[in-house]
Each structure stands twice: as C-alpha cells, then as structure tokens.
Design a protein around this ligand. Structure first.
Ligand code: SAM
Length: 265
C-alpha cells in the first residue's frame, strides 16, 4: 500500500474511540464557529469533523453544514448528535486530502484539531481552499508546538517508529509563521488568536488514562509498547505525567491553542 494510505489507515483505527473526548472539544467548537463568523444560510464544511461538535454548532446557527471525517465510528456518533439536536447535516466518510466536493462550493471551511493529522499539509490545505468560494472564510484551531499538546505530540512521537518520509508533524500547524507560509498568497486578512481548552482531570495520570483510551497516537503507542516493551511504556507514562503536571492546577489541565482565520482571495 502507498505509505500515505497506510498512515491514514492507522489514523482511522486510532481515532475510533475518540467520542468521549467530544466533551472537551465542544466549548472550543463554539469559539471557532464564532470566530469564523458563521451566518444563517451559509454553506459550511467541517473537515475532520469527528463526532460533529463544530458541525452541530454551526448548524444550530442556521448554516447548511457538511461534515467529513475518516473514521466511521465517529460519524455514527455525529449522526446521533445531529439527531438529538434535530438538525439536518450532510455527513461524509472521506479524506481531507481528497475532498469529494466541487471547486468553490462552500462559504466557510472549518477544522478543529483535524486537518493537522493529514500527512501532507500542502495537499490538505489545497483541498480546503479549492472547495472554498473566493471571498470565503477558512478557519481552524491547532496546537502550538511549544505548549502542552504540541509537547505531548513530540514526546509521543519519540516513542513511536518514525512516520513515512514526507509526513509533517501536526504541531507545525500551531506555529503562526508556518501557517502564514502555508496559506501564502491564496488568502488575505490572516488573523491569529489564542485560546484555552480547560480539561477537567483528577491528576495528570487521570488525564493520561483518558487520552490512552481515546486519542489516536496515544492509543497506538500503548497498543504497541504494552506488548513489546512494558518498561519503555512505564518510562513514557512517567514523562507524560511530569509534562502534564506543569499545566495542572485546580483539577484542570490547561491546553492552549491557536486559532487562525483568513479570507480566500
Ligand atoms: C482530534 S480529532 C478532532 C475531531 C473534531 N474536529 C473535534 O473537534 O472534536 C481528529 C479527527 O481528525 C480525523 N482525521 C484524521 N485524519 C483525517 C483525514 N486524513 N481525513 C479526514 N479526517 C481525518 C479523525 O478521524 C478525527 O475525527
């Protein structure tokens, strides 16, 4: 299999149990939708929609929403979330690197901690911009490399085999300089903002246990090391907890993120 396709197949498997973490990403979804200025009647695409927290939030405002994700288990929950809210959303199982939509279809394209997992940033971004109308809004939330989640990605990656050549680390999307460079001449009026996702936890280890059950790369790492090298897994867990402890106060893990918004030329 093509290395990028096997990479995505592993992603799909790893994200299958992400649904419980939708409670963490729900408040941030409202912030992203607000920042993007979503209005009633607009055609909105939510890429890597997971259980549909951004999609449902935008649809509640009266937008006509399409949500797309790689992972069928999460789309099943997304359908359920839309049904509970009595909203009609168009769900698609698919790949952000190959969007099944025509050029200039959407007024707004959104991604919350999503397209950062596509192996090739330039391919994913080109697709997101292709389906966006000129004058339309692209907006996304991402994890800065120097803050907790970015540092956790780096730690986790250091315990896993290297990805295929050409796969970019997700936290690069949290660096405004890199984002500006990637968006390049395709957009105008780039706006950056910072926000915090407060994650309730009883201890750093309590937080890690939840991530081990639900977050793609962590699921994979635990599956691999618990069989092959339990000592290395114990070392990883110790380092993870020490890192999370730096951001833990009042039963909350503080996860800072970057919001980006721009207008397609
Ligand atoms: C951290 S979750 C975020 C989900 C959702 N946007 C939220 O805020 O709750 C990352 C999502 O990206 C999806 N994903 C990863 N790679 C993808 C790809 N190449 N194409 C589409 N979705 C992808 C995963 O299935 C997962 O749902």
């Amino acid at each position: 299999m093509d290395p990028f396709e096997s990479f995505k197949a592993a992603q799909k498997k790893g994200w299958a149990n992400f649904a419980p973490l939708e409670l963490q990403t729900t408040p941030c979804a409202a912030r992203l939708v607000k920042r993007a200025g979503v209005r009633p009647g607009q055609q909105v695409l939510d890429v890597c929609c997971g259980t549909g927290v951004v999609s449902v939030t935008a649809a509640r405002l009266g937008a006509r929403v399409t949500g797309l994700d790689l992972t069928p288990e999460l789309l099943q929950r997304a359908r359920e979330n839309a049904r509970i809210a009595n909203l009609d959303i168009d769900w698609h199982e698919g790949d952000v690197e190959k969007l099944p939509f025509g050029d200039a279809t959407f007024d707004v394209v959104l991604s919350q901690y999503g397209h950062i997992f596509a192996p090739r940033p330039e391919v994913a971004l080109a697709e997101m911009l292709r389906v966006l109308k000129p004058g339309g809004t692209i907006a996304f939330s991402t994890w800065p490399p120097e803050l907790l989640v970015g540092r956790m990605f780096a730690l986790t990656a250091s315990y896993l085999p290297p990805p295929p050549p050409g796969v970019s680390p997700p936290p690069q999307w949290g660096d405004p300089n890199i984002v500006r460079q990637r968006l390049g001449a395709a957009v105008k009026d780039i706006l950056f903002d910072r926000a915090v996702m407060p994650v309730p936890a009883l201890s750093p280890a309590h937080h890690r246990a939840a991530m081990e059950r639900a977050a793609g790369t962590m699921v994979r790492l635990v599956a691999e090391l618990s069989e092959s090298d339990p000592e290395k897994l114990a070392e990883f867990r110790g380092r993870y907890d020490a890192l999370a402890a730096e951001y833990f106060e009042n039963n909350v893990i503080r996860q800072d993120y970057l919001l980006t918004r721009a207008t397609k030329l």
